[in-house]
Design a protein around this ligand. Structure first.
Ligand code: SF4
Ligand code: SF4
Length: 292
């Protein structure tokens, strides 16, 4: 099974447009939305949720009042002001607790235990284009790299069970821990960029992270016709860096129209952007060889 992750230096470059169209064009694939801070593939691909499982991404300290001797060591060590003190009663404010475990470490009588806390949900949806796994963080929760890993693991398990040839991953933008989690284990990474000077910088940073995982690197330029000279610079630098350029998607109002209708562009339109996406898809398949 081939694992392909689509990434970008920043959000809003058209990454989900590309993944949505690839999902519609591919056969025997499973899709994972690892852009967990802004998961929206389920809106584009439609379908229905068939599984919803709690995601435990963090821990909270809990004080056993029967053991506590009110020594105050936990309140002194907590850097997040999460220990509340009323007379001799010590309790943990779960909203402030960061789950660092320092209090449990210093408690002289072992009165503090660390308990798993639900931080979000992992969903499996059946869409007209195949199975989609996606995650959601509860408000205020962080640690999305761990959620990305769990979404990927669930998607890999389903892909194996379904005998899928391709695991298509909508990766997180940027170079933070969630994009690193998206890239880990991927055979190939496709970078989607728009022609801007900042994209030149972003491309190098993202490529550096992807190269660390020894993934094959590809580039697609979205709206390349809006700035041909910068697009040319990006193409040249990508070539110098050994990144295979697959083509460009021209600016096309059909892309926005498809988004409004909640459909992949290649399903909604036969226009310029849809044609470009089909051509890019064929080139990518040619580069990666037969899926599997
Ligand atoms: S786990 Fe860390 S943040 Fe939470 S109460 Fe203990 S010391 Fe404070
Ligand atoms: S460190 Fe342990 S014994 Fe001391 S106040 Fe905190 S919970 Fe109670």
């Amino acid at each position: 099974m081939t694992e392909l992750v689509v990434i970008s230096g920043k959000g809003g470059t058209g990454k989900t447009t590309v993944v949505g169209s690839f999902a519609a064009l591919a056969e025997r694939e499973v899709v994972a939305d690892c852009d967990v801070d802004a998961a929206n593939l389920h809106i584009l691909l439609g379908g229905e949720v068939v599984e919803k499982a709690p995601y435990h991404g963090s821990e909270t300290a809990v004080i056993n009042q029967e053991k506590c001797i009110a020594c105050g060591a936990c309140a002194r060590v907590c850097r997040f002001d999460a220990i509340r003190v009323e007379g001799d009663l010590y309790t943990v404010d779960p909203l402030s607790c960061e789950g660092c475990g320092a209090c449990a470490h210093v408690c002289p009588v072992g009165a503090i235990s660390m308990e798993e806390r639900q931080s979000g949900w992992i969903y499996v949806s059946r869409t007209p284009y195949g199975t989609l796994v996606h995650g959601e963080l509860l408000p205020g929760e962080e640690n999305s790299g761990k959620l990305v890993t769990q979404v990927k693991m669930r998607a890999r398990g389903i892909a194996r069970k379904e005998g899928a040839k391709l695991l298509l991953i909508d990766g997180s933008p940027g170079i933070g821990c969630s994009v690193i989690a998206s890239l880990s284990g991927a055979h190939a990474a496709l970078i989607v960029a728009e022609p801007s000077l900042s994209a030149l910088h972003d491309l190098k940073r993202v490529a550096g992270v992807a190269r660390h995982f020894r993934s094959r690197l590809f580039l697609v330029l979205n709206k390349a016709d809006l700035s041909p000279s910068i697009a040319e610079r990006i193409r040249k630098e990508a070539g110098d860096d050994g990144i295979v350029y697959l083509g460009e998607i021209p600016y096309d109002e059909d892309v926005t129209a498809a988004q409004v209708l909640g459909k992949p562009v290649v399903v909604h339109s036969r226009g310029r952007a849809a044609a470009a996406l089909r051509a890019i898809w064929e080139r990518l398949k040619g580069e990666l060889g037969p899926w599997g």
